[in-house]
Design a protein around this ligand. Structure first.
Ligand code: HEC
Length: 154
């Protein structure tokens, strides 16, 4: 118990001391950022199909896997994929608005909301409750939209 706590504290301190993006080029940030959102989107699509549209039969285990994937991506430290140099005023092949960096509090808020709702999605998926999952899917979707409205160009 005690050891686990010490190890956990060490991990947190290590994560703070060493920015994981240090070696990443702007091109890699953009590519990984877009690929991660595509991956998230693919998994959101599975949940929509089974809980909202009903175009695919409901399978609680598949829903858990999809929610786990979304939560894992959300918690992977995506802020490391964002640098001012990777915004569309300075870089190519990206729709990231520079406002993401001139409105850091807003950016942090939409980011935190996304992670929180993605974590809840994972919790709801475990219950196997199709209706509750549809509702939580919508809440996650609102956090995607909030960020896109402010920080992703059309
Ligand atoms: C913190 C802000 C933020 C959140 C939250 C967010 N996105 Fe995005 N998303 C962006 C930005 C910025 C881009 C543009 C990335 C680029 O072009 O570099 C983007 C791009 C995308 C893309 C296009 C990727 C590509 O290949 O160009 C998809 C699809 C997407 N997001 C889906 C989602 C979904 C689904 C969610 C929620 C489950 C979500 N996003 C949550 C900011 C966000």
């Amino acid at each position: 118990m005690k050891l686990a706590r010490i190890l956990a504290a060490g991990l947190v301190a290590g994560a703070l001391a060493m920015p994981v993006a240090a070696q990443m080029t702007v091109e890699d940030q953009i590519e990984t950022r877009k690929a991660t959102y595509q991956f998230i989107s693919w998994n959101m699509g599975k949940i929509k199909a089974q809980t909202v549209d009903g175009s695919v039969p409901f399978d609680a285990r598949q829903m858990m896997a999809a929610a786990n994937a979304i939560a894992a991506a959300a918690n992977s430290g995506m802020s490391a994929l964002y640098s001012p140099e990777s915004a569309m005023d300075k870089a190519e092949n990206t729709r990231l608005k520079p406002e993401f960096f001139t409105q850091p509090e807003k950016a942090r808020e939409v980011g935190v909301n996304f992670v929180m709702e993605a974590n809840k999605l994972q919790e709801v998926a475990v219950t196997g409750d199709q209706k509750a999952l549809a509702q939580q899917f919508a809440r996650v979707g609102q956090t995607c939209k909030a960020c896109h409205d402010d920080f992703r160009a059309k």
